[in-house]
Design a protein around this ligand. Sequence first.
Ligand SMILES: [Zn+2]
Length: 207
Amino acid sequence: MVETKFTAEGKSKASTWQEALDLLVKGNNDFATGSTTHPERGHETLFAQYLKQYPFAGILGCADSRVVPELVFDVGIGDLFTCRIAGTVLSDAVIGSLEFAVEVLGVPLIVVMGHENCGAFRACMNPEHHPNVKGISWQIMPIIEECRSLPGDLLYNSILANARKVSQQLRTVGPILSQKVRSGEIKIIPAYHSLSTGLVTFFDVEL
Ligand SMILES: [Zn+2]
């Protein structure tokens, strides 16, 4: 067993949603421009937080192997409370996890991050494949149908529409999140992660 040397009480790097968003924007810009610093990823950081965690943002993202929040935002161990599920869809367990992040850990910002070329959406657009992902396709298929009449790229429109819909559902799903959203204490916003540029674009920050 490794001797623990660090027991200091930590502190979240952001106390407001705006501060948290600024950190994500800065880290993502560093990632996209090849200026990453890979901060706080060693065992020292983990040991220092073994009693308690202090994440500054919650991320609901896809299980896709190319979408790794800690990397694309260039943050370290303990910075992000992350839920990853194929297609970035909701479930009771996801909702409960994010409620925990807000209520117990004091996270002021939740980002619902869809991404370019999401395999779950591509599968749902292919009649031969979507039966294999029916556990999530029942949430994705209606969004694709809603987006068919929109101008532009159907895949992009559907992925962004899903992130927006899930964000709105989280804002109203129960008293823990909805009350803090109404008071302005927290923000829940959608985002789109481009795999081809590395950039994450945030939406509906004004809501
Ligand atoms: Zn995906």
